[in-house]
Design a protein around this ligand. Structure first.
Ligand code: IMP
Ligand code: MG
Length: 177
């Protein structure tokens, strides 16, 4: 038996939506350079696809974070597993995320990057689960709002698998696993 995966958003729909986001972001940042920061591992696929379609100059950096075990999750403490390579002072930062769920991760990163002196800070996420939000925040660019379902593909995993799927799928785990 294997996990069952149903297509929620097709590859074509994701590709089209990323092109639309890239067009909007390129307009909004005209005359500027965008410093994109991807939150590993999930955002890697979305950030690469989006960055390739931007028409403004782009630099890239990556951050890897994990939340401290589920028991302390309500504290919103996020652990930095890999920090950025570049300073942020004076840069126009665009954070790329795969999905915003509770909002805790991004809330933490926004404050951190602001403290590090970013000139501007915006958030771009492929998916958004509005029903699950615990921390209020403005999200500047959203690919798709989705219902409260566990999804994989486009960087998102279930037990580290399925990140490479080129569509967004809903997983029903193998009952025997
Ligand atoms: P937040 O801090 O609760 O907003 O956490 C968001 C992070 O949780 C995302 O960047 C994902 O890594 C992970 N996540 C949330 N929902 C899903 C899902 O449906 N599938 C896979 N990963 C998810
Ligand atoms: Mg993530």
């Amino acid at each position: 038996m294997a996990d069952k995966i149903e297509v929620l958003i097709s590859k074509e729909a994701v590709d089209k939506r990323i092109s639309e986001l890239a067009e909007q972001i390129s307009k909004d940042y005209e005359g500027k350079e965008v410093h994109m920061i991807g939150v590993l591992k999930g955002a890697a696929f979305f950030m690469s696809a989006l960055a390739q379609k931007l028409t403004v100059p782009v630099s890239l950096d990556y951050m890897c974070v994990s939340s401290y075990g589920s028991s302390t999750k309500s504290s919103g403490i996020v652990k930095i597993v890999k920090d950025l390579d570049e300073p942020l002072m004076g840069k126009d930062v665009l954070i790329a995320e795969d999905i915003i769920d509770s909002g805790r991760t991004l809330n933490y990163l926004k404050e951190l990057f602001r403290d590090r002196g970013a000139a501007s800070l915006r958030i771009c996420t492929l998916l958004n689960k509005p029903e699950r939000r615990v921390v209020e925040m403005d999200v500047d660019y959203i690919g798709f709002d989705i219902p409260d379902k566990f999804v994989v593909g486009w960087g998102m995993d279930y037990d580290q698998l399925y990140r490479n799927l080129p569509y967004i799928g809903v997983v029903t785990p193998d009952a025997k696993a």
